[in-house]
Ligand binder design. Structure first.
Ligand SMILES: [Fe+2]
Length: 185
């Protein structure tokens, strides 16, 4: 389950319905896919895409996406920090950023048109759609791990356009979600 923090108000929002409602008010889709698919989160990408074929097809029809793939990074991924450095500054894309999280964690900061910056921590089972043109940036959490299904209209449209606003400098890329509470002994 995601956690959303309204950074400027120091307020957190929990619960799928509450999160979906808040994000919808800023044009961002959020869903939980609770359907239990009989596929391991470390299965080959082709098996992941096959297991989620129905959901992917629904999203394609809804959003006009034509391709889907699986992004998979962990602390051993070559060039990970250089890759992250492309996306951890405020930017936008010419197409939607659609992610369904299979494993790991991620932190989206959304600089809403209305003003507030929303910090959205995502984890397995979370679907997020950030519409084209939305100003945002992305970081990994402490586990430096994310595996996610991505959908594209045209992968070429996913190149970042930087705002160079510097707004991202005012926010720490720190995740606070339940995953980072120390496990009970
Ligand atoms: Fe992005």
């Amino acid at each position: 389950m995601a956690t959303v923090t309204i950074a400027n108000e120091n307020k957190s929002v929990h619960g799928a319905a509450e999160i979906a409602s808040l994000l919808a008010s800023h044009g961002i889709d959020y869903e939980r896919w609770n359907s239990s698919h009989d596929v391991a989160d470390d299965a080959p990408a082709a098996e992941i895409l096959q297991a989620y074929a129905r959901e992917i097809d629904e999203l394609k029809q809804r959003g006009g996406y034509v391709t889907a793939d699986v992004i998979d990074v962990d602390p051993n991924t070559a060039g990970l920090e250089q890759m992250l450095a492309k996306f951890n500054r405020e930017h936008w894309h010419d197409e939607d950023e659609v992610r369904f999280i299979i494993a790991g964690h991620g932190l989206f900061h959304i600089h809403t048109a209305a003003g507030p910056v929303l910090a959205i921590e995502v984890e397995a089972g979370d679907l997020i759609r950030v519409p084209r043109g939305t100003h945002h940036w992305f970081d990994l959490c402490a586990d430096r791990r994310i595996r996610a299904i991505r959908l594209f209209m045209d992968p070429a449209g996913w190149a970042p356009h930087y705002t160079e606003s510097g707004v991202d400098q005012g926010f720490q890329p720190v995740c606070f979600g339940p995953a980072y509470v120390a496990p009970r002994a």
